[in-house]
Design a protein around this ligand. Structure first.
Ligand code: SF4
Length: 350
């Protein structure tokens, strides 16, 4: 048996012996696999579990998701981040309703054409839900593969494409779903990015990286571009009817609610001017503290300030005055969680 074949055989046998009991594995319909795979992007399984359960209770099938209200959908996603994933799920659900009568298609090519589904997710759904021998190449796969075969080249986009092509020959024809799950499981529990547990690994006997003595050195990642730090001033404006929230429409935060904010570390006068321009004259009260949020390419260093609305003005277009209940019920991005807690604390004091 060649090393490639051994890779698949040993992994699936190891997976069959026992693995984590994750809720999406007990009912692996295509819908469940799809939702779980989208949630698992950039997010650990333990974090995903309660979200997954709640999401399935609210939107149990493609139709419920296609018909969902955007605010309710984003609220169900609150805390998971990368909200475009939730919006794409709904867009894809509508396409699945229209084009495929509410059933996810089984082919990688058709899955790939749906919003939010890339090569990895299409491969995972096709192999796990439909038994199609398609590779699902993600960070776990790349790590296990590079280490096992001792591949030391830089994993740039071109090397990744090549890896995806090579992986096609590696998927066992008889059990592609178990293979996809096995790679994920090994990458998440044994072949970890730091301190891999080679002593517990079914591949240890043939693993090149282990034999070379430094598995952590692989895969070789391209150098990361530095994250940009952005200063932001957040304004919590309290009025008779609550705190001012604005609904954002730009791509990243679309449909989410945030407090008025501006780029830069603004003075109280500058912030009062900004609020005046919005049509909400307000008096500066105090600085409530700093907060920090790390996105993939950018870090927000925030300064949070409190204001008191001078008049009983109606909320400007696209904004609303939110009492504590509304503030808790609306979807807000994680980046403003600290500001939300400060607003709730202040409102509870009256
Ligand atoms: S032996 Fe170690 S480095 Fe190699 S695949 Fe297993 S856990 Fe990863």
């Amino acid at each position: 048996m060649g090393k490639e074949e051994q890779f698949g055989r040993q992994l699936t046998a190891w997976y069959a012996e026992g693995h984590r009991d994750l809720p999406w594995r007990s009912a692996p319909g295509a819908y469940e696999v799809w939702i779980s795979e989208i949630m698992l992007q950039q997010t650990r399984a333990e974090t995903v579990i309660p979200y997954y359960r709640r999401f399935l209770a609210l939107f149990p099938d493609v139709r419920a998701l296609a018909d969902s209200d955007e605010t309710e959908l984003l609220k169900a996603w609150e805390g998971l981040g990368y909200y475009s994933r939730a919006r794409n799920l709904r867009r894809a659900a509508r396409e699945i309703e229209e084009r495929y009568g509410g059933e996810l298609p089984a082919s990688v090519a058709e899955l790939r054409r749906l919003p939010g589904i890339g090569d990895y997710t299409a491969g995972a759904i096709a192999s796990i839900a439909f038994g199609v021998p398609a590779p699902a190449v993600d960070g776990n796969f790349e790590r296990v593969w590079c280490r096992y075969f001792g591949i030391g080249k830089v994993m740039d986009p071109e090397a990744r494409k090549q890896l995806a092509r090579d992986a096609e020959d590696l998927v066992p024809r008889d059990n592609p779903g178990a293979f996809a799950n096995a790679v994920m499981e090994l990458g998440a529990t044994v072949c970890l990015p730091r301190s891999p547990k080679c002593g517990q690994c079914p591949l240890a006997g043939e693993c090149s990286a282990k034999a070379q003595g430094d598995p952590e050195a692989l895969p070789v990642k391209p150098k990361k571009k530095g994250q940009r730090v952005e200063l932001r001033s957040q304004m919590l404006v309290f009025g008779r009817q609550g705190v001012l929230l604005c609904r954002r429409e730009e791509r990243l935060l679309q449909g989410l609610f945030v407090f008025p904010d501006r780029e830069g570390d603004l003075t109280p006068e500058q912030m009062c001017e900004a609020l005046e321009e919005m049509g909400v004259p307000a008096a500066y009260e105090e600085a409530l503290g700093p907060a920090r949020h790390v996105f993939t390419h950018i870090i927000w260093e925030m300064r949070i300030h409190a204001f008191r609305a001078l008049e009983d003005v109606p909320a400007p277009e696209g904004a609303l005055w939110a009492d504590a209940g509304t503030l808790s019920a609306l979807p807000l991005p994680s980046a403003v969680r600290a500001a939300k807690e400060l607003a709730l604390t202040r409102m509870s004091r009256g």
